[in-house]
Design a protein around this ligand. Sequence first.
Ligand SMILES: Cc1cc2nc3c(=O)[nH]c(=O)nc-3n(C[C@H](O)[C@H](O)[C@H](O)COP(=O)(O)O)c2cc1C
Length: 166
Amino acid sequence: MKILVSTAGRHGATHSLGQEMGRVFEHCGVDVDVRAPESVVRVDGYDALVIGSAVYSDRWVPAAKALVDRLSRSEHPPVWLFSCGPLHSSDRPVNVTSDAAHAVSLMHATAHRTFPGKLVPERLSAGERQIFENSGAVAGDFRDRVLVCNWAREILAWLNAEKRGS
Ligand SMILES: Cc1cc2nc3c(=O)[nH]c(=O)nc-3n(C[C@H](O)[C@H](O)[C@H](O)COP(=O)(O)O)c2cc1C
């Protein structure tokens, strides 16, 4: 089995979640490619795609949207999507952004999940800092490794069940 994980963000949190999932897949004996959206040209040969985007001002990152647009025009393997954003622990409900909902519909995604992210104020640009300071959000690292790894295992369980059924 071979899985492509492709993530887009600005400051590394989304990429780290993709890498975490890649490690789970590899640990379970799956071949994994973790690649930037811009470098994804063909997806034949993969059994599944995982695409993740950071959320900024309720929007997905352009590179993730462009990847979804590109891939949705042709045949592709089953897709799982995730958003990385909320700056609080995972126990609170979150809104699915319109970009994520659009991506789910374009790719006929099997599932979409939102995972808590990470924000380090010192790393923000002046513009980002201004938006952040006006948002009332709290800085910190809210990434939940267990949540992300469990989701990766759910994806593998789905793929294995599908394989057994075919
Ligand atoms: C300017 C700015 C705007 C943000 N807007 C949102 C938002 O609308 N919704 C959300 O859930 N998180 C928002 N966040 C939090 C980021 O999504 C979070 O920090 C994420 O983990 C960043 O991922 P990255 O490091 O991959 O870029 C915002 C952060 C910044 C700095």
